[in-house]
Design a protein around this ligand. Structure first.
Ligand code: ADP
Ligand code: NI
Length: 217
């Protein structure tokens, strides 16, 4: 089966699977990650089929919504790709991308590395920053019924996940917990450049946000 057909069928499958997904991980998140990954790949030597399938399938089953089971996403992707008779090395590579994309750093070393993973991971991180990233953060905060901002809580105060839940932390704090840190975690040169632009946009946005909060400029 040719690559074009495999990608088209996967697009339909992912759209169907994510019909009821929450806003931050809906089809349009996948669409943006896919398009951004294609853009990044055009500057790199990378396998375009693996990049496309990795991007399209990276959130097919988020462990957060499956009792923390991190094997379900790669397993669902394998089953799907086998049904399209995709070659085994491609399937394995896509499984590895899904398993390792949300690697958070920490104490242990990331065991799997590839240019294709670098690209899809950059594209996923880019969707968490800039104009879209801001929209996703407030959308998520609204979903959790969190305040946007609370001047009594210093915006750059970082909290653990538990404290976050307990304190109903304002969405603005998420910028300092995560979004403003992402520009230094990019893998590809093009990803770094795009992240820097989006980072500067967020800084500008925050400045304006605090000014408006206090009644103007
Ligand atoms: P990933 O895309 O790596 O799976 P998450 O599932 O943690 O990331 O987040 C999905 C989206 O929701 C991202 O845009 C992220 O910034 C946003 N988000 C996650 N946690 C929070 C939070 N505590 N406050 C506001 N936005 C959040
Ligand atoms: Ni994602």
């Amino acid at each position: 089966m040719n690559n074009h057909f495999i990608i088209e069928e996967t697009v339909k499958h992912v759209k169907d699977t994510l019909t009821n997904a929450e806003g931050g991980h809906d089809w349009w998140h996948i669409y943006r990650v896919w398009k951004t990954a294609q853009h990044l790949a055009s500057f790199e030597k990378a396998d375009e089929l693996v990049v496309a399938l990795g991007a399209l399938l990276h959130d097919i089953a988020d462990s957060k919504f499956h009792n923390g089971d991190e094997t379900i996403g790669p397993r669902m992707a394998r089953k799907w790709l086998q049904s399209l008779q995709v070659e085994e090395p491609v399937i394995q590579h896509v499984e590895n991308i899904i398993t390792h994309i949300s690697f958070k750093g920490g104490n242990h070393q990331q065991q799997f590395k590839s240019k294709e993973l670098d690209i899809v991971q950059d594209a996923d991180r880019l969707d968490a920053i800039g104009a879209i990233g801001i929209a996703r953060a407030f959308n998520y905060g609204g979903f959790k019924n969190r305040p946007m901002h609370d001047p009594a809580i210093p915006p750059n105060m970082t909290m653990s996940k538990e404290e976050y839940k307990k304190n109903n932390a304002p969405t603005i704090n998420h910028f300092y917990e995560k979004l403003l840190l992402l520009k230094d975690r990019m893998n590809t040169e093009t990803g770094k450049k795009l992240a820097l632009q989006r980072h500067e946009f967020m800084e500008h946005y925050l400045k304006q946000f605090y000014a408006e909060w206090e009644g103007g400029k």
